[in-house]
Design a protein around this ligand. Structure first.
Ligand SMILES: Nc1ncnc2c1ncn2[C@@H]1O[C@H](COP(=O)(O)OP(=O)(O)OP(=O)(O)O)[C@@H](O)[C@H]1O
Ligand SMILES: [Mg+2]
Length: 240
């Protein structure tokens, strides 16, 4: 069966002044699959994600989400298409408790409060933050903030999920928990673009991997292909 494409970029460019941070990038994400995106620091991964989620305006190219041409739409219109994301530096609401943080994506939901509250606590339970549910988010460690963002994504329940460095600062046990949650969401039909420096996790999760270097895709393919590609090895070790 031919996989259904849920997200497709063609010829995407984004510059900051004289710096071309994303150069002519073609990329796609299939339904119920995980596309991994790797590359050294400054390769352009977050910039690319910001262009997809509408935070940055791309200079040129095209973006199709669920068959809708939507390059440079506003972040909330992209979210309405069914795209959720987490941030490399977590964006949580520090002065409110964890349940309220997780409830935020459901503010416009017509479902009754009790049901939403129960769903929010379930989402927190799934990332082992249930016991802290009444604490303010400012009390969380960096790794726990990553978990809170994942819980919020689960509450939002988008079809396409963009994760920027979800494992950074998370201890190995909780990393394994996150990996299990991501796999479960994929089994439920969610599609992912996953950025990470944690190559072990990326290789474990991804159906297809893109490698960015200086804004360009220098390699793409399945895990075995990419991890043995001399260009990828050179890009990582050559810059080490
Ligand atoms: N808002 C901005 N203004 C100017 N330059 C920027 C901006 N955002 C990113 N850049 C530049 O674009 C390039 C790509 O940065 P980006 O954050 O996308 O890299 P990255 O691959 O996510 O790196 P890391 O692995 O460190 O998170 C870098 O040279 C960076 O300095
Ligand atoms: Mg980044």
């Amino acid at each position: 069966m031919i996989p259904k494409i849920v997200l497709q970029l063609k010829g995407l460019n984004k510059s900051f002044g004289g710096l071309l941070a994303v150069k002519n990038v073609d990329m796609l994400v299939n339904e119920s699959s995980i596309s991994g995106l790797i590359g050294i620091n400054g390769a352009g991964k977050t910039t690319l994600m910001n262009c997809i989620s509408g935070i940055y305006r791309a200079d040129s190219g095209s973006l199709d989400i669920m068959g809708v041409s939507c390059l440079n739409w506003s972040p909330h219109d992209i979210a309405r298409l069914g795209v959720g994301r987490t941030f490399q530096i977590p964006r949580i609401f520090k002065r409110i408790n964890l349940i309220d943080n997780v409830m935020v994506p459901a503010l416009n939901d017509n479902t009754d409060n009790k049901t939403l509250y129960e769903r929010a606590t379930e989402c927190l339970d799934k990332v082992k933050l249930y016991d802290l549910r009444h604490n303010n988010a400012e009390e969380l460690s960096g790794g726990q903030q990553k978990l809170l963002e994942l819980a919020r994504i689960m509450m939002f329940n988008p079809r396409i999920i963009l994760l920027d460095e979800p494992f950074a600062g998370v201890n190995p046990t909780l990393c394994r928990l996150m990996i299990e949650r991501i796999k479960e969401l994929k089994e439920q039909g969610k599609s992912f673009l996953l950025v990470s420096h944690d190559l072990t996790s990326i290789y474990q999760l991804s159906d297809h991997i893109y490698v960015l270097n200086q804004g360009q895709v220098i390699s793409e393919g399945n895990v075995d292909y990419v991890r043995n590609d001399p260009e990828v090895i050179e890009a990582y070790l050559g810059n080490a």
